[in-house]
Design a protein around this ligand. Structure first.
Ligand code: 5GP
Length: 114
């Protein structure tokens, strides 16, 4: 896959407000927040879209969701609730083709999404 801006953030060549990092993933605040808390959780492995997730990634994806829940707890939004979103390709509204999980919270979310 073509490299994205997120690869530069992983390599610390681009600044980001990083809130969590381990050997497999990174989480940082979205540069254009859509909610009081808006954090992106990304795998360090370059996976372009949700369509490119394979069974080998099952443990990684589970860990990403658990990490999002841990960050939500740390951010103080777990009790009130939050939304986890993965956008995929054009109709999904995906702008950056490096898989990422949006953690959105700090205000009530509407449903259905636009
Ligand atoms: P997508 O639309 O692909 O699901 O979400 C991409 C997200 O990445 C957007 O919410 C956008 O604001 C965020 N984003 C794009 N470029 C940067 C950047 O350079 N730094 C940070 N922190 N977020 C970015």
């Amino acid at each position: 896959m073509a490299e994205t801006i997120f690869s530069k953030i992983i390599r610390k060549e681009m600044p980001a407000d990083i809130v969590y990092e381990d050997d497999r993933m990174l989480a940082f605040r979205d540069i254009t927040p859509q909610a009081p808390t808006h954090i992106l959780i990304i795998p360090k492995e370059e996976i372009a879209t949700a369509n490119d997730i394979t069974p080998e990634h099952d443990e990684l994806i589970g860990a990403m969701v658990r990490t999002a829940a841990t960050i939500a707890e740390r951010e103080g939004i777990a009790g009130d609730g939050y939304r986890l979103v993965i956008n995929c390709n054009g109709h999904g509204g995906q702008a950056v083709h490096h898989l990422h999980l949006h953690l959105l919270g700090g205000r009530p979310m509407t449903w259905p999404p636009g």
